[in-house]
Design a protein around this ligand. Structure first.
Ligand code: PMP
Length: 394
C-alpha cells in the first residue's frame, strides 16, 4: 500500500480530526520512522511529544512483552504491582510529601480528574489561561483557552475564567477567596511553546496559597524529562497541589496520571471517580521502563545539552524566514516571520524530517529524549535548505 492509497482508505473509514494525514508510518527505531513506501524520516514530532525513548526502545519492548504475557489487565478493583510501583516512583521523583496518584489513559482524562478534584474543595470558580491547552473532553476543553476549539461545543462547564498567560498582575486581579484553583501549563505547548516569565509559577504558588486555592500544574507535555528535569515545576522551585501527566509517561502506551499533594489527595471519596483502564499493568510496566531508562542513560542531562545545542544552532542560522527560537530542553519552537509553518513542515518532510506546524507561524520541535547530538546536527545542517525550498515553492 502506498501513502496515497492509504489516504483514500483513511478518508472513507476514519473521522477527520486534524485534517487528512499524508503519511502512513509503518516502523520506528530510536528517532527514525519509516513510511509505507520505505522512506525514512528523523522524527521531531514523536507522536506529539509522546515516545520519550524514541521508537521500539528495547527496555520498553522487554517490559511490555513480559507484562502482557504475565497479567494484561486488572481494573482498579484489584492492586497490580506495576501501577503500585509506578505511583511510588512518581511520588519519589517529584519529591512531593504525602502525595497520591490516580492513573488514567490520556492527558485530557488526567485534567478531567484534576478538574473534578477542584470541585471537592466546595468552590466552583476556576482560573485558566488564554491560549492554554488542556485537552478536548468537555471539562478539559472548558479549561482550554483557545476559542477555535471551544466555540463549536459551547456551552461548556461554567465557572471558568481565562486570563492572560504569564501575567502575574492578571492572576492577582482575578483570584479571590471563592477561587477553587488556578490551572496552568509551565510552558504552553500547543499554543506554540510559549515560555512565561521566570518567576511566574512562583508567583502563582504564592497567590493560590494566599487565597486557599489549588495550584494545578498541567505537566502533560512538559513532564517526564522533556524540559531537562523530571517535572517542570521543579525548575521553578515550587510544589503544586495537583499536577497532571500523560504523553511521555507511557513511552508510547496510553497512560495518564493525576498526582495530588497533601490533603488534596484525599478529596475524592470512594466511588466518586475512576476509570476502567486506569493503571493498566502493561502501560505502567512501560512507564517504569521509561523512568528507569531516563535514569540509566542519563537522559535528563542529555535533553538539556542537546536541547541547548539545537536552540543555539537555530539562533545562529540567521535565516531571513526565521524570527527566533524559544523553549526549553527538547520542547522548542522555531518562530517564522510569516504564517508558512505548514509549508516548511512539508518541505522538511520531503527532506526526511518530521516537524510539527503547531501554529501558523510556529514550528514545534519535540524529538524523543534519546535524540543525540549527531541527530541534532543532522537537522541543523538540513534546516537552511528546508527553509530555502519553502521559499522557492511560494
Ligand atoms: N494538557 C496538555 C498540556 C497537553 O499538551 C495536552 C495534549 N496536547 C493535553 C492536556 C491533552 O492530552 P491528550 O491529547 O492525551 O488528551
Amino acid at each position: 500500500m502506498s501513502n496515497q492509497d492509504n489516504q483514500t482508505r483513511w478518508q472513507s473509514a476514519m473521522m477527520n480530526n486534524y485534517g487528512t494525514p499524508q503519511l502512513t508510518l509503518t516502523r520506528g527505531e530510536g528517532a527514525v520512522v519509516t513510511d509505507a513506501e520505505g522512506n525514512r524520516y528523523l522524527d521531531l514530532v514523536t507522536g506529539i511529544a509522546v515516545n520519550a525513548l524514541g521508537h521500539a526502545h528495547p527496555a520498553i519492548v522487554a517490559a511490555v512483552t513480559e507484562q502482557v504475557a504475565t497479567l494484561g489487565h486488572t481494573s482498579n478493583l484489584y492492586i497490580n504491582e506495576p501501577a503500585l510501583t509506578l505511583a511510588e516512583r512518581l511520588l519519589e521523583l517529584s519529591g512531593v510529601a504525602g502525595g497520591k496518584v490516580l492513573f488514567c489513559n490520556s492527558g485530557a482524562e488526567a485534567v478531567e480528574t484534576a478538574f473534578k478534584l477542584t470541585r471537592r474543595t466546595g468552590r466552583t470558580k476556576v482560573i485558566a489561561t488564554d491560549g492554554g491547552f488542556h485537552g478536548r473532553t468537555m471539562g478539559a476543553l472548558s479549561l482550554t483557552g483557545q476559542p477555535g476549539k471551544r466555540t463549536p461545543f459551547e456551552p461548556l462547564v461554567p465557572g471558568v475564567r481565562h486570563i492572560r498567560y504569564g501575567d502575574v498582575a492578571a492572576l492577582e486581579a482575578e483570584i479571590d477567596d471563592e477561587t477553587a484553583a488556578f490551572v496552568v501549563e509551565p510552558v504552553q505547548g500547543e499554543n506554540g511553546v510559549v515560555v512565561p516569565p521566570h518567576d511566574y509559577l512562583r508567583a502563582a504558588r504564592e497567590l493560590t496559597s494566599r487565597h486557599g486555592a489549588l495550584l494545578v500544574v498541567d505537566e502533560v507535555q512538559t513532564g517526564i524529562g522533556r524540559l531537562g528535569s523530571w517535572f517542570a515545576f521543579q525548575q521553578a522551585g515550587i510544589t503544586p497541589d495537583v499536577f497532571t501527566l500523560a504523553k511521555g509517561l507511557g513511552g508510547g502506551l496510553p497512560l495518564g496520571a493525576c498526582v495530588a499533594v497533601g490533603e488534596t489527595a484525599s478529596l475524592f471519596e470512594p466511588g466518586q471517580h475512576g476509570t476502567t483502564f486506569g493503571g493498566n499493568p502493561v502501560c505502567c510496566a512501560a512507564a517504569l521502563a521509561v523512568l528507569d531508562t531516563i535514569e540509566t542513560e542519563g537522559l535528563l542531562e542529555q535533553v538539556s545539552t542537546v536541547g541547548k545545542e539545537l536552540r543555539e544552532g537555530i539562533e545562529r542560522l540567521e535565516h531571513p524566514m526565521v524570527l527566533g527560537v524559544r523553549g526549553r530542553g527538547l520542547l522548542l519552537a522555531v518562530l517564522l516571520r510569516e504564517a508558512v509553518s505548514a509549508k516548511v513542515a512539508a518541505a522538511a518532510q520531503r527532506a526526511g524530517f518530521l516537524i510539527n506546524p503547531v501554529q501558523p507561524d510556529v514550528l514545534r520541535l519535540a524529538p524523543p529524549l534519546v535524540f543525540g547530538r549527531e541527530q541534532a546536527g543532522e537537522f541543523l545542517a538540513a534546516l537552511p535548505g528546508v527553509l530555502d525550498a519553502t521559499t522557492e515553492e511560494d
